[in-house]
Each structure stands twice: as C-alpha cells, then as structure tokens.
Design a protein around this ligand. Structure first.
Ligand code: HEM
Ligand code: HEM
Length: 188
C-alpha cells in the first residue's frame, strides 16, 4: 500500500521536469507556511515597523524570499509550456476549455492538455502566486520607506484570497487524479 502510494505520487508529479518538481515542492510548502503564519500575526493598517512582532516577521521575511523563488518557478513553467498553453483566453481560444468543462459536467475528469481547463487554472494559479508575493512585498517596502499604509495592506489581504482558493482547489484536483489512478491501476 505504501509502495503503491509512492508510485502514485511519482506518476502524479511525473509531468514536471526535475528542477520544476523541486521548485513546485518549495512553493507548495512555502505558501502553506505563509497561510499558517498569517493566522498568528496582528499587523494593522496603522502598525509602525517597530511595533511588528517577531512572529509576524517570519511571514514577512519568508514572503520576501518567496518572491524570487516564485518568479523563477513561474518563468520556468511558462517558458516550457508557452503562453498559448497556459493563457489561451489571451488570444480568445476557448474551444479546449469548453470541451473539458463538458467532460466535467458528465462527471468525467478531463485529461490535462494544452490550452485546456487544467492548464488555464494552473496559469491563473501562477498569477495568483505572483500577486500575493508582489502585493506583500510592495506593502513592506512602503512601510519600510515611508510608514504604514492601510490601503496597501488591504490590497494584500484581498489578493491572497485567490492563492488560498487556488491552493485548496488545485490540491483537491490532484487528490482526485490520485484516486482515479489508484482505481485504474487496481482494475488493470
Ligand atoms: C505567497 C505569499 C503570501 C501569502 C500566501 C500570504 C498570505 C497571507 C494571508 C492569508 C494573510 C491574512 C489575510 C487576512 O487576514 O485577511 C496575510 C496577511 C498579511 N501578510 Fe501575507 N502572504 C504572502 C506574502 C506576504 C509578503 C511577501 C508580505 C510582506 C513582505 C506579507 C505581509 C503580510 C501582512 C503584514 C499581513 C497582515 C497580517 C495580519 O492580519 O495581522 N505577506 N498574508
Ligand atoms: C500555491 C501553491 C501551488 C502552486 C502555485 C502550484 C502550481 C502548479 C503549476 C503551475 C503546475 C503546472 C506545472 C506544469 O505542469 O507545467 C502544477 C502542477 C501540479 N501541482 Fe501544483 N501548485 C501548488 C500547490 C500544489 C498542491 C498543494 C498540490 C497537491 C498536493 C499540488 C499538486 C500538483 C500536481 C500533482 C501537479 C502535476 C500535475 C498537473 O500538472 O496537474 N500543487 N502546480
């Protein structure tokens, strides 16, 4: 059972080249750390830099380091998969997304394919990740250079909603694919 789970996970993440697989794991655990640490901090729009607790600085500094890691991950994935694959809506290509949505309506998990629903959602996930790290970093840079900014903190808090939704939605689909692989390999 343990061995089968290992094979399943290897197959699931097998679509990613080695370097991107490591970067993906780093981003996955880092974002989880950001989500967990955000619940332990008390920074408000009018909080001065010297009032920020050490615990909050874990979220802040680890978020700042996540910025270059996210940019490298995003660049690697986009360069390999190309803009048309991850962002078909930019050029008005909705055909494959439509076909995948129809499969989902029939309760069938569509195969991941270029310009499809999974690819589009992954493309949006990359944007959500960049939005979260950039808005957090811009807020910090502003507090550091010119003092508290209620407005920028609200923008960060609103922006992170997208990465939260993506994180759990994308994980759920990964789990469903694992269950599907498990069933198919038990019957074959
Ligand atoms: C992917 C990266 C990040 C994620 C997933 C993330 C996630 C979150 C979440 C979920 C919250 C709570 C939102 C709420 O209370 O409504 C939050 C708040 C916050 N984040 Fe981030 N964050 C990230 C990056 C950053 C960065 C780079 C900085 C600064 C350099 C930062 C600074 C803050 C601050 C100051 C708060 C307010 C905390 C509070 O409510 O007391 N975050 N973040
Ligand atoms: C915020 C965190 C995450 C981001 C930004 C992210 C982003 C991505 C992206 C862009 C891809 C596509 C790479 C490619 O095929 O070229 C991918 C693939 C994958 N992700 Fe994530 N991911 C995150 C978290 C997770 C989590 C929590 C899981 C589940 C435990 C997961 C499971 C997978 C799997 C299995 C694949 C490979 C299969 C596929 O392409 O769907 N990811 N991820």
């Amino acid at each position: 059972m343990e061995k089968k789970l290992k094979v399943g996970l290897k197959t699931l993440f097998g679509t990613l080249p080695n370097i991107e697989r490591y970067l993906h794991f780093a981003v996955l655990f880092w974002v989880l750390l950001q989500l967990l640490s955000s619940g332990l901090m008390h920074v408000h729009g009018d909080t001065e830099l010297n009032q920020i607790s050490d615990l909050a600085f874990i979220h802040i500094y680890s978020g700042l380091v996540l910025l270059p890691v996210s940019l490298i991950f995003a660049t690697k994935v986009i360069m390999r998969r190309k803009i048309q694959d991850l962002y078909p809506w930019l050029s008005g290509h909705y055909q494959v997304i439509k076909e995948d949505a129809e499969s989902l309506l029939k309760l069938e998990l569509p195969e991941a394919k270029p310009s499809g629903l999974a690819a589009t959602i992954e493309g949006l996930g990359i944007l959500a990740l960049i939005l979260a790290v950039v808005t957090g970093s811009v807020w910090y840079l502003t507090v550091f250079t010119s003092g508290p900014s209620e407005w920028l903190l609200s923008i960060h808090k609103l922006s992170v909603t997208f990465i939260q939704v993506y994180f759990f939605g994308h994980a759920l689909f990964a789990l469903l694919h694992l269950v599907q692989w498990w069933r198919e390999s038990s019957t074959s």
